[in-house]
Design a protein around this ligand. Structure first.
Ligand SMILES: Cc1cc2nc3c(=O)[nH]c(=O)nc-3n(C[C@H](O)[C@H](O)[C@H](O)COP(=O)(O)OP(=O)(O)OC[C@H]3O[C@@H](n4cnc5c(N)ncnc54)[C@H](O)[C@@H]3O)c2cc1C
Ligand code: SF4
Ligand code: SF4
Length: 432
């Protein structure tokens, strides 16, 4: 490994299944040197297009959410912070939804994140929202978007279950030198927190760190299989919506004038244990937004919707306000009529809605040890309570998780080829 070139070291993150395609390494190395593009695997991965030195790769290793995931910065924990082993730091947990019925309808769940984004703009707390919307180039993917108006924020509502290199536009967002709120997956928040240690503008400008609770995104091969089942040619898709317009709302696929709709369950399946996920998501030590000011999730008991109830479900989020800032935002937004709080909940209720998150939080420590056993890189983690949680598992379960992971790695199930761009992708990204 000592003789590895900078490119080989960067590609190792993807080769060992740790890249999530967040786009941050493009922002760190500069787009003339590294571009995060769709590759032959169907995922977005970093491709070296210019020069790369070891110092830049050292920096990428220090900020990449594949190699480093930290919990809440110490300075954000105060005397009112409560700590739950599974659910992490929190000030307040509630069931809530957007007060505006249109936002609630458009939102992925109850529209809380969109309502908060809109509220942050109208109350002039921030100048824009840095989040994601459906990609123009690849309709099943998401892409970064900076929203300066209510209409723009609402246009970004909904979950993007395809690859979404949200951090590739970080430099552009920071260059405005205006306060903004960031909405992203927990790994995106972790990456931005990592980068904040190197770029002082981030803590000055990112006023609110908002996360969606995340069990993982859909691997491109699952989306391809799903499209085959509904008999749609990927190249014919002009627009794709995974969720929203109800809870979860239909999957809506447009191919020119034709619209096809399917149910969330048709993509994901009913049983959470059978979800097909990218490798990095299977070993994810933080799907709950441990370092966000506030994290929003679904409230389906058992973690999945059922077809009948979901036809009439208007959508209600569970919301974890983790910092004083997150709690203040939640309470002001409720007071000023942007969101409606139903009632307060406790961590045990979160686990009823999110059993898969609870299980993964317990299992993450042994799974990461399994990577090490198989000789793979292990992401460094801090402040995520992984050792405490693993120590509460029966020894046999810990051993099974650890051995199961190392066995899968040895079988090659974590491995990816070196990133190689899919046709036309570098040109497409040059235009963005
Ligand atoms: C990959 C993925 C996995 C998820 N897994 C779970 C889970 O295990 N449990 C659970 O309870 N909920 C999960 N969700 C979250 C859930 O679908 C809702 O997003 C969440 O409840 C917030 O709902 P909302 O109505 O407030 O969101 P909305 O008001 O619809 O706002 C969603 C916000 O998230 C942003 N966003 C959407 N997709 C992405 C993306 N891929 N990357 C970055 N930003 C994005 C949008 O730009 C928007 O600002 C997942 C979402 C995604 C994208
Ligand atoms: S996870 Fe993000 S920073 Fe890390 S290699 Fe992948 S795209 Fe780059
Ligand atoms: S499961 Fe973890 S790694 Fe996967 S997309 Fe969600 S937060 Fe990122």
């Amino acid at each position: 490994m000592n003789d590895a070139t900078p490119t080989d070291r960067l590609y190792r993150i993807a080769r060992e299944g740790l890249c999530i395609g967040c786009g941050l390494c493009e922002a760190v190395a500069g787009p003339d040197n590294v571009k995060v593009v769709k590759t032959l695997t169907g995922y977005e991965r970093p491709v070296v297009v210019g020069t790369l030195d070891h110092a830049t790769v050292d920096r990428i290793y220090d900020v990449c959410p594949g190699t480093r995931i930290d919990g809440m910065p110490e300075r954000e924990i105060d005397s009112s912070t409560r700590m739950d082993d599974v659910w992490g730091p929190w000030h307040r947990m509630v069931r809530a939804h957007a007060a505006d019925p249109e936002i609630r309808f458009e939102g992925s769940t109850g529209g809380v994140l969109t309502a908060l984004g809109s509220y942050l703009l109208s109350s002039r707390r921030v100048s824009f929202i840095y989040h994601a919307r459906a990609s123009g180039e690849e309709p099943t993917f998401g892409e970064a978007h900076l929203s300066f108006s209510h209409a723009d924020v609402v246009a970004g509502a909904g979950s993007r279950y395809g690859p979404t290199a949200i951090l590739a536009r970080l430099d552009e967002a920071l260059a405005y030198d205006e306060p903004f709120a960031f909405i992203g997956k927990p790994c995106d928040i972790a990456a931005l927190r990592n980068q904040a240690r190197h770029d002082g503008r981030i803590d000055r400008l990112v006023r609110y760190w908002l996360a969606l609770v995340c069990g993982g995104f859909a691997p491109p091969e699952s989306t391809k299989d799903f499209l085959e089942r509904v008999e749609i040619e990927p190249a014919a898709i002009t627009a794709f919506r995974y969720r929203g317009r109800g809870c979860p709302g239909p999957i809506r696929i447009e191919t020119g004038d034709r619209v096809t709709e399917a149910h969330y369950i048709d993509l994901w399946g009913v049983e959470e244990s059978k979800w097909t996920l990218p490798w990095r998501c299977k070993i994810c030590p933080d799907g709950i937004g441990d370092s966000a000011d506030l994290a929003a999730s679904d409230t389906w008991i058992g973690g999945s919707p059922n077809r009948i109830d979901s036809e009439t479900d208007p959508g209600t989020n569970a919301v974890v306000a983790r910092t004083a800032r997150g709690a203040e935002l939640l309470e002001s937004a409720a007071r000023d009529g942007a969101i409606t709080i139903e009632y307060d909940i406790m961590p045990d209720e979160m686990s009823v809605y999110q059993p898969h998150q609870m299980h993964k939080k317990y299992q993450a420590g042994p799974r990461l040890q399994g990577l090490a056993d198989a000789g793979y890189m292990v992401p460094s983690t801090r402040g995520l309570r992984l050792a405490e949680l693993a120590s509460q598992l029966p020894d046999a379960t810990t051993a099974a998780e650890r051995e199961g992971t190392s066995h899968r790695v040895r079988e090659g199930r974590a491995a990816e080829p070196d990133p190689s761009p899919a046709r036309g992708m570098l040109e497409a990204v040059s235009r963005r």
